[in-house]
Design a binder for this molecule. Sequence first.
Ligand SMILES: Nc1ncnc2c1ncn2[C@@H]1O[C@H](COP(=O)(O)OP(=O)(O)O)[C@@H](O)[C@H]1O
Ligand SMILES: N[C@@H](CCC(=O)OP(=O)(O)O)C(=O)O
Length: 368
Amino acid sequence: MLNSAWRRIVIKVGSALISPDAKGCSTRYLLAIARFISECRQLGTEVVLVSSGSVAAGRSAIAFAHQPLPINIKQAMAAVGQTQMMATWSNLFDFRCAQILLTHDDLADRRRYLNIDNTLRTLLANQVLPIVNENDSVATAELKVGDNDNLAAMVAVLVDADALIICSDIDGLYSANPRTTPEARFIPKVAQIDAGIYAMAGGSHHAIGTGGMLTKIQAAEKATKLGVDTLIINGQKAGSFDMLLRGEQAGTLFLRQQDRLSAKKHWLLNSLKSQGSIVLDSGAVQALLHKGASLLAKGVTAVNGRFDKGDAIWLCDSGGKQLAKGICQYSATELQLIKGLHSQQIADTLGFCPSEEVVHRDDIALTS
Ligand SMILES: Nc1ncnc2c1ncn2[C@@H]1O[C@H](COP(=O)(O)OP(=O)(O)O)[C@@H](O)[C@H]1O
Ligand SMILES: N[C@@H](CCC(=O)OP(=O)(O)O)C(=O)O
């Protein structure tokens, strides 16, 4: 039985699995991965897929013989390969897929970060499989995350995933690159990522992979710090997925450093500076404290301070007691106009309704 604590997972698939011969997309390895994704969903685990492969899949369409590939050539390859990659995945599923293309800027900007978060939540709530990649054909080097291992870790944190599964072309982390050091030892579990672990990492052995083991360890560090267990598994072996479905460990497991929810709560309460506060009516206070509910406009009675969509704010009771901190989906000006209204009235009042919730329950940390 798949790990029952996995409510939501992010699966990252590397270029070598999408386009093993760098001649367009191949289903050679994707069939087993697609079957795994379908089974996870049937077991009630939500899946977000981060798929590399646009450059590798589009490589044969653009004439260029030399290495390294210049950025304009890679961008043209990505533009061709991205549609092929999406079409290949879509053909393997009997449910809908959605394409999300991101750059580093989208994740660094608070408003865009929230929009992506809302889009992903909505897709998952509608049983659509989000397939994320870097927006390679438009992003310049400075705008890029640069590799999909780190991108997948950022997405895992964004969607509050319980686990990040990085599917590569090797069984997991070894004490050195086994392709150049045959006596390298396999490392099944990593409790703490330190300089010694980084020293094990070598680069990629093929021209289409980005980062080799280094970016996978960086990704594991990002994700485990914020409460996401991270696995590096061999996506070329269907047996890796069978093991996970039986609840067994496959590949190398990087253990999360703390509980995911407490990591988020800690981040909200201690790292995000509050830009204002809102006062809740007694019904909203009860729903917040005892039902873990999202905050709706109906329950807001007053708005203090000047904050923007995406800022952290205090949620207070009528006596001014700070009950929780949360990320607000509306600016203070917008909230002044919609406070006390039913969610259905928001669009009529503002002309738009980015979210039915003023503060989503996933973005709330109670102070006690
Ligand atoms: N310590 C290590 N343990 C395992 N693999 C390593 C190590 N150092 C470097 N590698 C290389 O990293 C490769 C996987 O990274 P990469 O080629 O970027 O794959 P992907 O396309 O899946 O991201 C392996 O095939 C191996 O050649
Ligand atoms: N975004 C790029 C992949 C970048 C990347 O990290 O590749 P990989 O190391 O194969 O996961 C693409 O779609 O070609």
